[in-house]
Design a protein around this ligand. Structure first.
Ligand SMILES: *Cc1c(COP(=O)(O)O)cnc(C)c1O
Length: 222
C-alpha cells in the first residue's frame, strides 16, 4: 500500500464515519477509528501512520510485541488497543503494551488484569465484551452475567470504559448494536466498541464510540 492509497482509504472511512454521525446528530470526533492492523507487517502499517492514523488495534499480544515497539519509536503519539481474546497468562504483557483492552469477558481475566495493573502501575481502559447474540462458540460474557462481571471488574480496580461486541455473522447487526447500547446506558458506561469494515456506519448511527476497522483500510487480510 502506498501512502496515497492509505491516505485515500483513511479519508474515505473518516468521511463515512462523519456522514453516519451526522445522520444521528452526533459529532464525528466522538467516534474513534481503530485501524486494526493484525496480520499486517510494519511496512504495510507505515503508510497509514504517514497518512495520519494514530490509533491501531491488534488481536494478539505476541504479534503486537513483535511489531509495535519499533513503530512506536517512529511515532510516539500512537495508541494501541487490544481488540482480540486475551489469555489470563498474557494479562501482564497486555497491560504493559496496550492503552486499551477490548475483550474482557470473564472473572479469571478480570482478576489477572487487576493484579497486572497493580504490579505495573499501568491502567489501560477496559471494555467488557458481551456475547450479544448468545452464540455458543463466541467470546464475551452472557448478557445475563454482565452485571456480576461489571461488579467484579470495578472491585478489581479495572477502569471500565464501556462495552464491546461482535454481532452474529450474516444477520442484520442493528438490533445487536442497539442492545449493546441499551446495556451500556443501563450501566452508566460511555464507551461502545462496535462496528467493523462491513457495518461501522450502522454502528455509528446507533452510538459507537470506537469502530474497529481492518479490511477496509488495509485491504483483505493475507
Ligand atoms: C479483525 C477484527 C476487526 C476488524 O475486522 P474487519 O472486518 O477487517 O474490519 C474488528 N474487531 C475484531 C475483534 C477483530 O478481530
Amino acid at each position: 500500500m502506498t501512502t496515497d492509497t492509505a491516505a485515500s482509504r483513511l479519508a474515505d472511512i473518516q468521511t463515512r464515519i462523519a456522514r453516519a454521525a451526522g445522520l444521528a446528530g452526533r459529532e464525528p470526533r466522538d467516534v474513534a477509528l481503530i485501524a486494526v492492523s493484525k496480520t499486517h507487517d510494519a511496512d504495510a502499517i507505515r503508510p497509514l501512520i504517514a497518512a495520519g492514523a494514530r490509533l491501531f488495534g491488534e488481536n494478539r499480544v505476541q504479534e503486537a510485541e513483535a511489531k509495535w515497539p519499533a513503530l512506536r519509536a517512529e511515532a510516539p503519539d500512537i495508541a494501541l488497543h487490544l481488540v482480540g481474546q486475551l489469555q489470563s497468562n498474557k494479562a501482564e504483557d497486555a497491560v504493559r503494551l496496550f492503552d486499551a483492552i477490548h475483550a474482557v469477558d470473564r472473572p479469571s481475566l478480570v482478576e489477572a488484569l487487576g493484579k497486572a495493573m497493580a504490579r505495573t502501575g499501568r491502567r489501560p481502559d477496559c471494555f467488557i465484551q458481551v456475547n450479544i447474540g448468545d452464540e455458543a462458540q463466541k467470546g464475551g460474557c452472557a448478557v445475563a452475567d454482565l452485571p456480576a462481571l461489571l461488579d467484579r471488574a470495578r472491585e478489581a480496580g479495572l477502569p471500565v470504559a464501556g462495552l464491546m461486541c461482535l454481532p452474529p455473522a450474516g444477520l442484520e447487526p442493528a438490533p445487536y448494536f442497539a442492545l449493546l447500547a441499551k446495556l451500556a446506558r443501563e450501566h452508566g458506561l460511555a464507551g461502545l466498541s462496535m462496528g467493523m469494515s462491513g457495518d461501522f456506519e450502522t454502528a455509528v448511527t446507533i452510538g459507537a464510540t470506537h469502530v474497529r476497522i481492518g479490511a477496509a483500510l488495509f485491504g483483505e487480510r493475507a
